[in-house]
Design a protein around this ligand. Structure first.
Ligand code: ADP
Ligand code: MN
Ligand code: MN
Ligand code: MN
Ligand code: MN
Length: 384
């Protein structure tokens, strides 16, 4: 047999290439696809795409089944399973992992009665998998329900070309220094707006509580915001919004990375600023509650850093340098309208003496279930 020896280069963000530049990506003809997407499916049937977080704690997987009815709530959806040995969630000898539907969204790709189904994962013994961070989050949100915790998360991300190079960047060199890109406009200033526009509409259609978007400080870096969401809905909506982002970008043959520092050096990293409030903070003179919360957060800095990326702080080490609008990973700090601190009190909140705080530490690839659970444990439940 013919054997071809091509050296395989693993890119640091995890995409395999043969020569370090070309991944052999291809784009199919979307106009032809559209013809088939308009073919009607039989009455009474629909397609349900089950989506779950895999064993990396940051990547998503999905697969589809036909339903012979139109589900109205997640409770109508059947439990399912998948091969956990292929997703880092089980051994090959005992590989079935259960998918339990927990949230249902309209499907912006297949339209009609078709659904996207966010699932929790359970092992053969019905215990949650290690990557299922929603169980304990839900427990904490239930215990703290009377404080009415609200979250608003700012999801930053970077678009890459299919060769893993930041989208629109010159292939042999760097764009002009940061300055014009944040909230920028114009073909020489922002790269990849088509993906952002399509994703925003897809989220709105799906029923995700997306609240905005903007171009970020580093070229090819963008942000969308989800919230305010109460309790467990924050994690559910953000995970599904991430799924839609990867899926929309796939249609454009663009790659999305949630790496917190995709380009080393004097280029901004990517975070998941987490805005948080309780009922007390939102009421008149709630600033007192906000200051109490900051005092509690100051005592558990290390515990929070551990929860703020999927590698226990290792990913964020590259980002939280004290430069590029971040605070040092080693120190806790807070301030009004200051973007170089751990916790920022937005200017308007300080003026109105009520509102919310912004935790700027979570990494772009943090698990929103873990971050929201950590915030509520510290601030509402006084747990370390
Ligand atoms: P920034 O100025 O840090 O870029 P953004 O406008 O991007 O801020 O994001 C602010 C976020 O704060 C939004 O996602 C919004 O949903 C959220 N937010 C607003 N009010 C509250 C609140 N009371 N509690 C929690 N989150 C809130
Ligand atoms: Mn099979
Ligand atoms: Mn923002
Ligand atoms: Mn931002
Ligand atoms: Mn912010």
């Amino acid at each position: 047999p013919l054997t071809v020896s091509i050296p395989i280069i693993y890119h640091p963000i995890g995409i395999m290439t043969h020569d370090g530049t070309n991944q052999g990506f291809f784009g199919t003809n979307k106009t032809v696809l559209d013809r088939y997407m308009r073919v009607e499916i039989p009455d009474g049937k629909c397609q349900a795409m089950y989506v779950w977080v895999d064993g990396t704690d940051e990547n998503l997987r999905s697969k589809t089944r036909t339903l012979n009815f139109k589900p109205q709530t997640p409770a109508d959806l059947p439990e399912w399973n998948f091969d956990g040995s292929s997703t880092g969630q089980a051994e090959g000898s005992n590989s079935d992992v259960y998918l339990r539907p927990i949230a249902m969204y309209r499907d912006p790709f297949r339209l009609g009665d078709n659904k996207l189904v966010l699932c929790e994962t359970f092992k053969h013994n019905k215990k949650p998998t290690e990557s299922n961070k929603r169980r304990t989050c839900l427990d904490v949100m239930t215990r703290a329900a009377d404080t009415r915790p609200w979250f608003g998360m700012e999801q930053e991300y970077t678009l890459l070309d299919t060769d893993n190079h930041p989208l629109g960047w010159p292939k042999n060199g760097f764009p002009r220094p940061q300055g014009p890109y944040y909230c920028g406009v114009g073909a020489s200033t922002v790269y990849g707006r088509d993906v952002v526009e399509a994703h925003y509409r897809a989220c709105l259609y799906a029923g995700i509580n997306i609240s905005g978007e903007n171009a970020e400080t580093m070229p090819a870096q963008w942000e969308f915001q989800v919230g305010p969401c109460e309790g467990i809905t924050m994690g559910d909506d953000l995970w599904m919004a991430r799924y839609l982002l990867h899926r929309v970008a796939e249609d454009f043959s663009v790659v999305v990375t949630l790496d917190p520092k995709p380009v080393p050096g004097n280029w901004n990293g990517a975070g998941m600023h987490s805005n948080f409030s309780t009922k007390g903070m939102r009421e008149a003179n709630g600033i007192v509650e906000i200051e109490k919360a900051i005092e509690k957060l100051s005592k558990l800095h290390e515990e929070h850093i551990k929860a703020y990326d999927p590698k226990g702080g290792k990913d964020n080490e590259r980002r939280l340098t004290g430069h590029n609008e971040t605070s040092s990973i080693h120190d806790f700090s807070s301030g009004v309208a200051n973007r170089g601190v751990s916790i920022r009190i937005p200017r308007n909140v300080a003026e109105e003496k009520q509102g919310y705080l912004e935790d700027r530490r979570p990494s772009s690839n943090a698990d929103p279930y873990v971050v929201s659970e950590r915030l509520v444990r510290t601030i509402c439940l006084n747990e370390s």
